[in-house]
Design a protein around this ligand. Structure first.
Ligand code: IPE
Ligand code: IPE
Ligand code: MG
Length: 249
């Protein structure tokens, strides 16, 4: 009996490595609740969440995911108490500082998406440094969304296109979906195939709202600090059993 149970469990997550989603996006949610459940401070939850991110980045690179985009700080997260924002920023600093070392030998290229102009000069410098130092890596592209908001991103694209139109560089009739995509932070990156949100919430919270038009969504009650490789395989397995019709039949 036990033998068959084991066999079933193994089958359940048997994924096809030849048909991996090219781009996975993750809303890493639930750090606060994870900490609360243990009577710990929210900042400890964020620290655990950052450790989970390191493990998941390595795992995704190893199995051959080409693009991974993670939501680290939204344009709305400034609403949190200053002490929490400060602790998130200091964790971020640490993550960016150590990214080179942690990812050494891993073929990961780091790209930061979002409006970094509102971040401290030190963090801005660190993001530029890590993007430069990993720019030659040819493996997985890790997009870290920092002070990112989907509406803000579209607004910026609209303004840029309006300016080009006003300057007579393009005519309004030239504006098409590709032009809008090309003006987003994710320009040149394929749209996410699979979008994961942890912690049981079932909303986008302003993440990749343009790009996720045809993404497959996968939700889990697992809180981000508890998210394991096995959960990633579970999500990929679910994705591989979806029927993506894109409006067709
Ligand atoms: C996600 O965890 C991390 C960020 C938003 C930076 P939360 O901090 O949102 O955790 P919950 O949702 O309060 O549990
Ligand atoms: C989304 O989570 C942002 C990140 C994971 C960085 P939130 O916890 O901020 O979203 P809401 O407030 O539950 O929608
Ligand atoms: Mg949350």
């Amino acid at each position: 009996m036990l033998f068959f149970k084991g066999l079933f469990r193994k089958k359940k997550h048997e994924i096809d490595y030849g048909k991996l989603p090219e781009h996975i996006a993750i809303i890493m949610d639930g750090n606060g609740r994870w900490a609360k459940k243990r009577g710990l401070s929210r900042s400890i939850g964020h620290r655990e969440g950052s450790n989970t991110l390191k493990k998941i980045v390595t795992f995704c690179e190893e199995i051959g995911i080409k693009y991974l985009t993670v939501y680290a700080f939204s344009t709305e997260n400034w609403k949190r108490p200053k002490s929490e924002v400060d602790s998130l920023m200091s964790l971020l600093k640490e993550y960016l500082k150590n990214a080179d070392k942690e990812l050494s030998g891993k073929n990961v290229r780091i790209n930061v998406i979002g409006d970094i102009s509102r971040l401290s000069p030190e963090i801005q410098a660190l993001t530029k440094k890590v993007m430069k130092s990993t720019s030659r890596n040819t493996g997985m592209l890790l997009n870290i969304a920092l002070n990112y908001g989907g509406r803000d991103e579209i607004l910026k694209a609209v303004k840029a296109i309006a300016k080009e139109t006003a300057a007579g560089k393009i005519s309004a009739d030239d504006i098409d979906e590709k032009m809008i995509s090309d003006h987003l932070y994710t320009s040149g990156i394929p749209d996410p195939d699979l979008l994961i949100r942890t912690s049981g919430e079932k909303r986008l919270s302003n993440f990749l709202i343009w790009q996720s038009a045809y993404s497959e969504f996968w939700f889990t009650d697992v809180l981000w600090p508890d998210f394991k490789k096995e959960n990633m395989l579970e999500a990929i397995y679910a994705y591989q059993n979806r029927d993506r019709r894109y409006g067709g039949i």
